[in-house]
Write a protein that binds this ligand. Sequence first.
Ligand code: ADP
Length: 252
Amino acid sequence: MKRIVIKVGSHILTEDGSIARERMMALVGLIADLKKHSYEVALVSSGAVAAGYTQLPLDRKKIANRQALAAIGQPLLLKMYQEKFAKFGLLCSQVLFSADVFESDKHVSHAKVAIDTLLANNVVPIINENDTVSIEELVFGDNDRLSAHVAHYFDADILVILSDIDALYDKDPNCHKDAKRRAVVNEIEEEELAAEHTPNNEFATGGIVTKLQAADFLMNHDREMFLASGFDLTDVRAFLIEGVHKGGTLFT
Ligand code: ADP
């Protein structure tokens, strides 16, 4: 059985400051299909701060407010997921990590037992960084690198990042009309890893650089990453279910 980690960005899960319910439903439908095709799936999901903001519009520029919004939004987000997974007869679960979990072998193996047990019982783990208690300097700050750690330490065959962009391009396609898609990437240049963060959305914290850092980490550990659109799931479905690489970028 193939184990995959899917990471979905906040831009996909939010629309006008609220949770984008239709896109969340499409994502849950994809996961249900993948499970029918013998995949074990864990989901790394952002969206807690955005979900909290729908209930209490605090100024998100302040760290304290983001901590509070994450605390308000995380249970709301999970409730929405629970309702949607229930439509497919599936159970989901909440797993919150702080980045320092990955600094201790003991903590990692302890957490892996829980993840393995959830997956063995057909339950979908929904993983997020515990933004309420994480200290700014220590955290990943974006779920791209967190999901790369999750994929590696919990032994996934591949990390799938569903983004607002449908692939990696040779330059930012939102600024350059002639940007070309890179279908397969085997190596990432040092300067690409150090470039400025370019999040494209007020809730996004990563940008393309953290995706490249995630891919670099996984490739250095002999694992793969696939970057595809989270707005239109055609490419990721084709790649994972039909085994056809139409769109998206495979880092291998
Ligand atoms: P998400 O919220 O889905 O994690 P982000 O908005 O953080 O995604 O990052 C994706 C954005 O990165 C794209 O919308 C695009 O504007 C920008 N970007 C910059 N350079 C590139 C590139 N070479 N290829 C693809 N996207 C790029």
